[in-house]
Design a protein. Structure first.
Length: 446
């Protein structure tokens, strides 16, 4: 993309309404614009990152054997009356009437809708196990929407639902989700720590939240410092293997890690030596639940087992805060000048800065790099504005592309361009061909 043809409404001033760094930077970098309280338009740059995150989530869900689909945002109240949650959900639920005076709602989550689909089409254990998921907008009329996309009213969530014959099979689905979530967050450049949590309105007493440590996190967290040394890495876990998924669960959840909702000071002291006890703040980027037959019993989702008897199916649900993740990644990865995108989610793979727009050699070199990067399947953002170098660098730093190639007439006389890492700030002079190879190499693993 050439910057002169793009829509990147960068703000010069720091918006006063934004209290935390990710919200400020998303507004300044022209990624989002508030439409009304807790509701945002996704401008082209923000939309691009949102799509990158969605893509990682899809790839990792499909790798784990989960099946993508799409359910609507608007739901009928009838299903929620069946489950008993229509009255329970309270003011967080946005209730709407259609022209026939029928009660509708903008879905805050989809347990009811998916259970209805399941009961309509599945009646035998032979069709199990089954895990369906979608990535869809949700609405929760939060009393205090704040921090931009971090606590929105409208937000994008991946929510998945597993259906299993019994508790053991459903717990395997739970563990499988835990593994796939660890992989997903690491691909986004994040360390998200699974912590024992509270069921809340979803229900179930077996649940973990995934928290990214950040000063601006809304939850207070208590954990054993050894946890932050754990890396999932590129290990190959067989998602069908019960012991392999179980082993990951044990490795990543055996040490003490709780949010304020479930924290137990006595257990913390008993289980963790003082030197390893940590208190910090965290951003919740996902949650997994096993809730057994809560919805299947209420809504009559039964299956015939191998012995011919009918029993309610065992279920769990699993959510990733897709839009919230943009804020969480920025909170975890930025400096004074702007965002620093991890390679896995960056909106463009590298920036090209032309130091002297209009100079024949510089223009030709930039065009050549642009074409060569594109031919390698990479997306560069070429700053081809007739601006001074300082302004171009400031824009690149703010929007946070991890790599920048700087091209100027003086370097070109020596046959070199400059490759700069946004994270380390280090620059290296090398031939345009070598710069291309380096960028291609960096992204080969992403
Ligand atoms: N049905 C279950 C799992 S599919 C569920 O709704 N879980 S949840 O309530 O924990 O939400 C899943 C994730 O969505 C959360 O971990 C959080 O990352 C994100 N989320 C929840 N509320 C908001 C909000 N108001 N704004 C942005 N993201 C949110």
């Amino acid at each position: 993309m050439r910057l002169t043809r793009y829509f990147l409404p960068v703000l010069k001033e720091t918006p006063s309404e934004a209290q935390i760094v990710s919200h400020r930077m998303m507004l300044r970098a022209g990624m989002i614009k508030q439409a009304s309280a807790g509701i945002y338009s996704w401008l082209p740059l923000g939309y691009k990152v949102l799509k990158r995150i969605e893509q990682i989530v899809h790839e990792e869900q499909i790798r784990a054997g989960h099946i993508p689909m799409l359910m609507p945002t608007l739901q009928s109240a009838d299903l929620w009356r069946e489950s008993g949650r229509y009255d329970d959900y309270g003011q967080e639920m946005l209730r709407i009437k259609d022209r026939h005076d029928r009660d509708m709602l903008y879905g805050p989550t989809n347990e009811e809708l998916i259970t209805d689909i399941f009961r309509s089409h599945v009646s035998s254990y032979k069709d199990l196990p089954l895990t369906l998921y979608h990535i869809q907008w949700k609405f929760r009329d939060e009393i205090r929407p704040r921090f931009g996309v971090m606590r929105g009213r409208e937000f994008l969530m991946k929510d998945g639902y597993n259906f299993d014959i019994d508790k053991d099979a459903a717990l395997h689905a739970y563990n499988r989700h835990l593994v796939s979530y660890l992989r997903s967050y690491e691909r986004m450049g994040l360390q998200a720590i699974p912590m024992r949590a509270d069921g809340g309105p979803i229900g179930g007493d077996y649940t973990h939240e995934f928290l990214v440590l950040a000063e601006t996190g809304e939850s207070e967290v208590f954990y054993d410092s050894e946890i932050t040394d754990l890396k999932f890495g590129d290990r190959a876990v067989d998602y069908d293997s019960v012991p392999e998924c179980q082993a990951v669960l044990e490795e990543f959840t055996s040490r003490y890690a709780r949010t304020d909702e479930t924290h137990d000071e006595a257990a913390f002291h008993a289980q963790v030596p003082e030197a390893r006890r940590r208190t910090a703040r965290g951003i919740e980027v996902g949650q997994i639940f096993y809730f057994g037959t809560k919805y299947s019993e209420a809504m009559g989702a039964n299956v015939v087992g191998p012995d011919g008897s009918r029993s309610p199916v065992h279920m769990g649900s699993h959510g990733i805060g897709v839009s919230r993740l943009l804020g969480a990644i920025i909170e975890a990865s930025h400096d004074d000048r702007g965002i620093i995108w991890p390679e896995g989610v960056t909106p463009f793979h590298c920036g090209i800065v032309n130091l002297k727009q209009g100079d024949v050699a510089a223009d030709a070199a930039c065009d050549g790099l642009y074409k060569a990067l594109t031919a390698k399947g990479l997306e560069p953002l070429y700053d081809d504005r007739a601006e001074r170098a300082g302004a171009k660098f400031a824009t690149m730093d703010l929007i946070g592309l991890p790599w920048r190639i700087t091209v100027g007439p003086r370097g070109l006389e020596k046959g070199v361009v400059e490759l700069t890492s946004r994270r380390s700030g280090e620059s290296e002079e090398l031939s345009p061909e070598a710069a291309l190879d380096r960028i291609a190499q960096i992204y080969a693993g992403h």
